[in-house]
Design a binder for this molecule. Structure first.
Ligand SMILES: O=C(O)CCC(=O)C(=O)O
Ligand SMILES: [Fe+2]
Length: 224
């Protein structure tokens, strides 16, 4: 088998250039440095060891103590289990409504997460808890336009958040490792121009995401 055949039929459609050159797994786009000075994706900020190991255990137990339900999308049931607080976007009927307030145990984490993003904690009116059991992932998407800033805390096991942005003839791609106990902030280009996804894994992962409301979300919230 030729080296460019390893990627399967898609790779075989471009036989002139050997596979590693034709289909790089990570393409570093025009970017700004992240907190550690490494090349990154504009609008993506990450930091490791954001949560202490004992706190991680408490947060995982707290998520597992909440009633989580399979993610629903237009009648389909996803494998990941979720629940949200504050504002709730319903992927079944695209409604955006006020839900249960954020529980007390999430508030100190929200304060810390907002400080990481350089924003006021009260901006983050929405929180989403997710448990990805083995085999569960999240497909390509941009977060709903009712939200603006997205901050996420990863718990349990390492994952890779993949990013892609369409360009003529394909996609620019970027892969960001999400270590357990790390935090990420999506804003600007990473938030609005790139899609992201996490492939299903063999081990569980938990995440807590906080979102601020966009102008659109605020308009809906003040009208309701
Ligand atoms: O689990 C994560 O960190 C990502 C979740 C996500 O992308 C989302 O809920 O929109
Ligand atoms: Fe997302």
């Amino acid at each position: 088998m030729q080296p460019w055949c390893r990627g399967g039929w898609k790779a075989r459609r471009r036989p002139q250039i050997p596979w590693p050159i034709a289909r790089p797994l990570v393409q570093i786009p025009l970017s700004s440095p992240d907190l550690f000075g490494a090349p990154g994706l504009s609008g993506l900020a990450t930091s490791e060891a954001f949560v202490a190991p004992d706190e991680e255990g408490r947060l995982i137990a707290a998520i597992d103590g909440v009633k989580l339900r399979p993610f629903r999308f237009q009648g389909w049931l996803g494998k990941r289990l979720t629940t949200s607080f504050g504002w709730r976007y319903d992927f079944d009927d695209a409604s955006f409504t006020q839900g249960t307030p954020l529980p007390d145990w999430l508030l100190p984490l929200r304060d810390q997460a907002a400080a990481f993003a350089g924003l006021a904690p009260a901006e983050f009116e929405h929180a989403l808890l997710i448990r990805y059991d083995p085999g569960a992932g999240i497909g390509w998407h941009k977060d709903r336009p009712v939200f603006e800033h997205v901050i996420g805390i990863s718990l349990g096991n390492s994952a890779t958040m993949r990013f892609r942005k369409r360009r003529p003839g394909g996609f620019d791609r970027f892969a960001a490792p999400m270590a357990p106990r790390s935090i990420y902030h999506l804003s600007g280009e990473a938030r609005h121009l790139w899609e992201h996804s996490i492939a299903p894994m063999d081990v569980p992962r938990w995440s807590i995401t906080f979102r601020s409301l966009s102008d659109k979300g605020r308009a809906i919230s003040s009208a309701s």
